[in-house]
Design a protein. Structure first.
Lengths: 287, 268
């Protein structure tokens, strides 16, 4: 069974005008279909306003569909009685690290989720230790979150979600406010969770470099899914992505330009290593 | 720089007093303060002094930290002492121009001075040995019976601990906004009180807006992590009375008896 399934998901943001009567609505999601199998690492790409964050909020029942349905592990997100179960199944990490840390000490913050679930004390301690160790923040357990770097705070936030032992974690632009080092730390932590604990990960981002190792990339534009496939498939369509003002990783772009100017380089190159190897092979053939 | 401000005045040390349950410390402080007002006699205050000295000694916090709290109330203390000294009617002792110091006035002034300073030192012992978190935890659990008369104890404790977490963040934000405004020519330093107050407006408006935005984000994050109020919540480190807490409560009872005896028997 799919861990997350959306069918014809549509969402309108309604805004009441200044006179209190006229209603303008803005379609953020338009007939989105999405299936995510357990254990996958999915990356969702898109511009600001492409609907990717709105989609993320549907997966945790923070928003409910205007039309269509979302199922999380078989539970309809509109079912108010299942709300807690849904939130325990699909955890969520937000963009601003400061605004999602509740505790005044790192380990207290990680314990917040399990405490809400009513987990017994000994098990909370165990879960807190495990999650902090997984994200590499165990040494900081008795620090104040205010003294951590952005990347560290975001890893604490991930540990906080992990301690609830969800089957799926949605990360909504977790790296947007971080420096390159912090970005790498956070992406590593997410990948580790996916590989070692088989947690399904949905990573929402607009940094192309972060998605090259995903199982599947979904590109969104104006509330619709523009294209989806493996990173290689998606990044092979450089021209199409450019039309929608979306970037591709630098090395992919370089390979694309080289190919256009006549070198025998494949489309959809994802790593520097790959490009180097194909260039060496090409030069050998030329000799 | 502004990051270094710590809230409360916790003094980390490893002492019996530090390890006591926050509820014990709250109750102890309350009993101590009440005892100062209930037993008005020199002998009783002697007992209180000995008790306070022992607790301070046991807490391993240097005495100067306790006195630090006194600075804030020096003015208040002076006013209270002077007013009591000169304005209490009774048997005149000294006459200075139009002012008379009476025997009753002098006595009252001394009592007030002792009460006020012991009150401050006593509560300092508590705040110096208890982290703000432990305090809110202690309040939450200690006041739980009030839930029955519909006082939202858990919510208040949650609000307090979130406030504690966000004070440094908002301070940092204030600093940032101030610098941004100063870079564009804002002047927070010069001018009179009115001018200064006016120059705070461009600081406060963005600060409030950002605080509301943060509150919204935080509420969403809390909901996403399954927060649904205090019902059915467990604790990672639940407060539990230990043997040392029972000993502390016993000590308190002995202290109260000593106070009572001192006042009755010594009679002065």
């Amino acid at each position: 069974m799919n861990i997350i399934q959306a069918k014809k998901l549509t969402h309108d943001y309604r805004k009441v005008g200044d006179d209190g009567e006229t209603e303008t609505s803005c379609r953020a999601l338009d007939n989105v279909d999405l299936d995510v199998a357990p254990g996958q690492f999915i990356a969702i790409l898109g511009h600001n306003g492409s609907g990717k964050s709105t989609l993320a909020k549907h997966l945790n029942a923070i928003l409910t569909p205007t039309d269509g349905t979302v199922w999380v592990d078989g539970m309809d997100t509109r079912d108010a009685e299942k709300l807690n179960a849904i939130r325990q199944t699909a955890g969520m990490v937000f963009q601003n690290p400061d605004n999602q840390i509740i505790g005044t000490v790192v380990d207290e913050d990680v314990a917040f989720g399990p405490e809400n679930m009513g987990i017994p004390t000994e098990e909370i301690l165990e879960r807190v230790e495990n999650s902090l160790k997984t994200v590499g923040m165990w040494e900081y357990r008795d620090r104040s979150p205010n003294r951590l770097s952005g990347g560290q705070k975001q890893r604490v936030a991930i540990a906080g979600v992990m301690a609830m032992e969800p089957k799926c974690i949605v990360l909504d632009e977790p790296t947007a406010m971080l420096d390159p080092v912090g970005r790498r730390e956070v992406i590593r932590a997410a990948q580790k969770l996916n590989r070692e604990k088989q947690v399904t990960i949905l990573l929402i981002t607009h940094y192309m470099e972060e998605v090259t190792e995903a199982d599947r990339v979904i590109v969104m534009d104006q509330g619709k899914i523009l294209m989806q496939g493996t990173p290689r498939e998606v990044f092979s369509r450089v021209e199409e992505l450019k039309e929608h003002r979306l970037d591709v990783p630098q090395v992919t772009m370089l390979a694309h330009e080289l190919r256009k100017s006549g070198l025998p380089v494949p489309e959809g190159v994802l790593t520097v290593q790959e490009l180097a190897e194909s260039l060496i092979a090409a030069s050998r053939r030329a000799v | 720089m502004i990051r270094e401000i710590t809230i409360g005045q916790y003094y980390p040390a490893d002492s019996v007093i530090h390890r006591l349950d926050p509820r014990t410390k709250l109750a102890g402080t309350l009993v101590f303060i009440l005892s100062l007002f209930l037993f008005r006699s020199y002998a009783a205050y002697l007992v209180a002094t000995v008790f306070l000295a022992c607790v301070i000694r046991a807490s391993k916090v240097p005495f100067r930290f306790m006195v630090r709290g006194m600075k804030a109330i020096v003015v208040l203390l002076m006013i209270t002492v002077l007013f009591n000294m000169f304005l209490t009617p009774g048997e005149p002792l000294v006459k200075l121009w139009k002012l008379t110091i009476t025997r009753e006035g002098l006595e009252l002034a001394i009592f007030m001075a002792i009460r006020l300073s012991y009150l401050i030192i006593g509560s300092s012992v508590m705040t110096l040995t208890t982290t703000p978190n432990q305090l809110t935890d202690g309040l939450e659990k200690g006041l739980r019976p009030l839930n029955k008369i519909h006082v939202p104890v858990h919510d208040v404790a949650m609000i307090m601990s979130i406030a504690l977490r966000f004070i440094p963040i908002l301070l940092e934000e204030t600093d940032k906004i101030m610098k941004a405004q100063m870079a564009r020519g804002a002047d927070f330093e010069s001018g009179g009180v009115v001018q200064k107050a006016k120059s705070m407006v461009p600081l406060l408006v963005p600060l409030f807006i950002s605080a509301f935005r943060r509150a919204n984000d935080l509420a969403m994050a809390m909901e996403a992590r399954g927060y649904h109020g205090g019902e059915g919540r467990t604790k990672m480190r639940p407060l539990q009375y230990q043997k040392r807490d029972r000993i502390a409560y016993l000590t308190l009872v002995v202290y109260l008896l000593a106070m009572f005896a001192a006042k009755r028997i010594a009679g002065f």
